[in-house]
Design a protein around this ligand. Structure first.
Ligand SMILES: C[S@@+](CC[C@H](N)C(=O)[O-])C[C@H]1O[C@@H](n2cnc3c(N)ncnc32)[C@H](O)[C@@H]1O
Length: 341
């Protein structure tokens, strides 16, 4: 009898130990970026006052593991295919494609850094609206990475992202990437991605009725109207005249809706060095053009460098000596617009 108890006890201990080891192994399998994103959100949350922006940051806790994705690209990078699309291609079309494995770090941050930075434009926009984000219909022009879209959907927003980069279309093509997102509090949001030019070919598909139009590091004067000759590959083509673009921004909003153009940049090169398009963070559209389209211009090219220099080191890994250089090499500006009721 005593022996039987010992055996059962030993078995229970063994099963318990094995399950514990298994749980630890599973925990270790979580991609490092998910813990990094949660840590970034926790590190900046106290800088924000708007409750829904805090909720947006807390939504980092609910970001799922997307696994490793394989995408295939043409050499000139003008086309990209998901693994499923690749497998359906004829053999001769596969020959010239290059394989790229995209881990969870790339999935959430691509080359553009932390989605937590979006908390700043979202807070400015929320304050210019009714002070909330939950349940809002949001359009992110040139979204560049999916994390901020997913986090907004987690707090119940209906989010649309527009992009022209073929790699992102192929990368974000699994069923879990888009569609309904249930937040931990039971709220339901949605992510919809559009690949192509907006407003050009995508205006009808994207539609209107947005509460918020957000665009970060896309509508920079340096990209759209560079002051000096620049490498064409680094410029952004809107595909329509400025007036048509600004009108589309206005018309895609509900009356009372808000648009924010938020840009972060390094210092510009001196005149004897090549012009850096990304280093001119000013709004590409003159204030008068924004007003002519019907916007109330709440802020125009407002300097936000001080806030961003405080926030940046919490979300971007950097050496202490680089922190000291932020005053001379990190700038932020935003333009905040409202469609009158
Ligand atoms: C510097 S990244 C910014 C990405 C992201 N918004 C962020 O803040 O990290 C600029 C993005 O704009 C996209 N883009 C460029 N031209 C575009 C266009 N005409 N329409 C939509 N997206 C565009 C690029 O593919 C790229 O992903």
């Amino acid at each position: 009898m005593r022996r039987g108890v010992k055996v059962i006890g030993g078995l229970v201990a063994w099963v318990g130990g094995t399950l514990g080891a298994l749980a630890a192994a599973v925990a270790n399998l979580e991609p490092e970026v998910l813990a990094d994103l949660r840590a970034q959100a926790a590190a900046v949350i106290d800088r924000f006052d708007v409750p829904d922006v805090k909720a947006f940051l807390r939504a980092a806790d609910a970001l799922p593991d997307p696994g490793v994705r394989t995408v295939w690209r043409t050499k000139d990078r003008s086309q990209a295919y998901s693994q499923a699309e690749y497998e359906a291609l004829p053999t001769e079309a596969k020959a010239d494609l290059t394989k790229r494995e995209c881990d969870a770090g790339f999935y959430y941050q691509t080359g553009y850094g932390s989605p937590m930075i979006y908390a700043r434009p979202l807070e400015l926009a929320a304050r210019a609206g009714d002070g909330t984000l939950r349940g809002k219909k949001v359009l992110d022009f040139g979204y560049g990475m999916i994390g901020q879209l997913r986090m907004l959907a987690t707090i119940g927003c209906e989010v649309q992202g527009v992009e022209v980069e073929p790699l992102l279309r192929a990368l974000y093509s699994e069923p879990m990437d888009t569609g309904a997102v249930r937040g931990p509090d039971g709220s339901m949001g949605r992510v919809t991605l559009h690949h192509g030019r907006w407003p050009g070919e995508k205006a009808r598909e994207v539609g209107g009725g947005h509460d918020l139009f957000v665009t970060k590091n896309v509508l920079k004067r340096g990209y759209i109207h560079p002051e000096r000759p620049a490498d064409e590959r680094f410029l952004i083509k809107l595909g329509v005249p400025d007036e048509a673009f600004v009108r589309a921004m206005h018309d895609t909003l509900k009356p009372g809706g808000v648009a924010i153009i938020y840009n972060i940049s390094p210092a510009q090169n001196p005149d004897d060095k090549p012009f850096l398009p990304h280093a001119d963070p000013r709004c590409p559209f003159p204030k008068a053009d924004l007003e002519r389209a019907g916007f109330e211009v709440v802020e125009y090219d407002k300097d936000d460098s001080a806030f961003m220099r405080e926030m940046w080191p919490a979300v971007v890994p950097m050496k202490p000596e680089d922190r000291a250089g932020l005053d001379a090499n990190l700038f932020a500006r935003y333009t905040l617009l409202r469609r009158p009721r």
